[in-house]
Design a protein around this ligand. Structure first.
Ligand code: CAO
Length: 505
């Protein structure tokens, strides 16, 4: 029976483990029997031999929970966390690809389906090297394989159905309804493969906006991040961190791994939905906390309070206030006039208030009732940070970092992307990785930010468009060479016309 007609990969990996455990358990049975014989025969000669039997029984009990014995291999050499999990990756742009790249980093076999001749639209967006896949694409599609399939072509649909039978998870972030329009409804997928997990990113969950297309900044605005970011006097601001796209992809990856785990018990797949609005709100939850605190009085941790500016009805923008239990602000450092990143985030953490006072030459603040306690300081935050800034401006951000960390004061240098790209400690941990690519040459990407001690991440370059089409048709789906030739001739895996290519580029 071909592989795609059977059980799906993730379960195979887990059930393989269980069978191994059973085998180990079985293996102990004959040993137990022969041990009993030896014990019987020897009993007449010596009582000491009899005592060996219970010891074997105890050793067998360790396997009794159906799980394999702990691997004897050194950590990092027992495969990857998601080995055996097969992902049918229908994602594009940023949110979905973030999710599947993380799963690929953890060992899943990610098969990215792309439109023939066009591919993921980001291949051609923000291009820096002519005719080469953009950094936008290459930094979001590492460790994946690419197959081109026209999902609206009858033969393409047939190939997709085979892939659905073969895989454990289908991940997609099309516009609402697009997957259904391809004929890939939940009912269709679930009938073909009841174990399939169907994971989707959408802009909004069910409700008035569920049919809307959504990009990053739409989600930042609709999720409450933009209204609470920026300075009070200015307009709402979006943040450079892609909390709508990459943040939601991250949420989706967690949902998928949980669904894979649940499937071990239930034997069936399920739908996993992450709406970008929900993902952003989850990351902006402290601002919903403050919204509710407002009903009980002003937000004293916001410098607006000390400045005597009344609060409105909604959580305001608070500039660089931490707004939390430990007040903070961004302060200038030496060279700020010319260097836009010569700043440091300074936190006046209460337990080290004495050290702060000593360091900045304000030892008298330690006992002054206007400054000695966190509550006394709240109405004076602007003045306090202004005073600290006089001190930070005399040094570089790294000198401030050294002096503060020496006495446990939490501070954060404002690092530019240039500094991050050059930071050797990030290279050493594999968080920033240099990858070689056949058409664009060497480039930097972000490796797996989640470090697993028994599942190291080895970052592989992103695939070229359709690089693995024949390999997947033949080796994964079992099509013969003549069938592949026939498929090629059908137009299901090759570009149909030049018009669509030009449009996507
Ligand atoms: N073969 C044939 N057709 C294919 C195909 C393939 N392999 N892959 C995609 N298509 C088709 C889809 O079927 C769809 O066609 P229909 O509209 O006729 O059904 C079409 O390509 C376009 O898909 P789309 O609507 O998803 O793409 P878009 O560029 O118009 O919209 C986006 C992009 C991101 C706004 C939309 O996909 C979306 O809202 N996604 C959900 C939210 C999301 O993830 N947003 C984050 C994007 S990252 O910033």
């Amino acid at each position: 029976m071909p592989a795609f007609a059977g059980m799906s990969g993730g379960d195979r990996a887990f059930e393989g483990e269980q069978q191994m455990a059973k085998k180990q358990k079985k293996a102990t049975k004959p040993a137990k029997k022969s041990a009993k014989k030896v014990v019987k025969a020897a009993a007449t000669k010596s009582k000491k031999v009899v005592k060996l039997a219970p010891k074997k029984a105890v050793a067998a009990k360790h396997n009794g929970n159906g799980l394999p014995r702990p691997s004897g291999k050194p950590f990092g050499q027992a495969g990857k966390a998601l080995d055996g999990v097969r992902i049918l990756d229908f994602t594009h742009v940023q949110s979905g690809p973030t999710c599947t790249q993380l799963l690929a980093y953890m060992g899943a076999d990610v098969i990215k389906v792309e439109r023939p001749g066009v591919g993921d639209i980001t291949r051609g967006q923000l291009r820096d090297v002519p005719n080469a896949d953009s950094l936008y694409f290459t930094m979001l599609n590492a460790n994946k394989r690419s197959i081109t399939i026209d999902s609206k072509h009858p033969k393409g649909r047939e190939i997709l159905d085979r892939l659905i039978k073969h895989c454990d998870v289908l991940v997609e972030n099309f516009a609402p309804g697009a997957l259904d329009r391809m004929g890939l409804t939940w009912e269709h997928i679930h009938k073909l493969n009841p174990r399939m997990i169907v994971a989707s990113v959408k802009g909004f969950g069910p409700g008035p906006y569920e049919d809307c297309k959504v990009y990053e900044n739409v989600a930042q605005c609709a999720g409450g991040a933009a209204s609470t970011t920026g300075f009070r006097e200015g307009p709402p601001l979006v943040t450079g961190a892609q909390i709508g796209d990459s943040g939601t992809g991250l949420h989706l990856a967690l949902g998928i791994t949980a669904a894979l785990y649940q499937r071990i018990r239930t034997g069936r797949g399920q739908k996993v939905l992450c709406a970008m609005q929900d993902g952003v709100l989850n990351l902006a939850r402290v601002k919903l906390r403050d919204q509710q605190r407002l009903a009980h009085g002003p937000l004293k941790e916001y410098s607006q309070f000390g400045e005597g500016v009344p609060f409105g009805k909604a959580t305001p923008r608070a500039g660089n206030d931490s707004g939390g239990g430990q007040p903070g602000w961004i302060l200038k450092c030496k060279g700020w006039e010319d260097d836009p990143d010569a700043y440091i985030y300074f936190i006046t953490q209460a337990p080290v208030w004495g050290a702060i006072c000593d360091l900045i030459g304000k030892s008298e603040w330690k006992t002054d009732p206007d400054y000695a306690t966190p509550n006394a300081r709240l109405p004076r935050l602007r003045h306090i940070f202004g005073t600290i800034e006089q001190w930070t401006m005399t040094m570089s951000k790294f000198e401030v970092m050294d002096k503060c960390n020496a006495v446990d004061i939490p501070v954060g240098p404002i690092l530019s992307m240039k500094e991050i790209a050059e930071e050797q400690s990030l290279r050493a941990t594999g968080t920033v990785v240099e990858v070689d690519h056949p058409t664009r040459g060497k480039y930097l990407t972000v490796g797996n930010p989640i470090k697993l001690s028994d599942s190291p991440c080895d970052v592989q370059r992103s695939p070229l468009l359709g690089e693995h089409t024949e390999e997947i048709l033949g080796k994964v789906l079992g099509y013969s060479t003549s069938e592949i030739t026939e498929i090629k001739g059908s137009g299901a895996i090759t570009p149909q016309d030049k018009g669509s290519r030009a449009e996507a580029a």
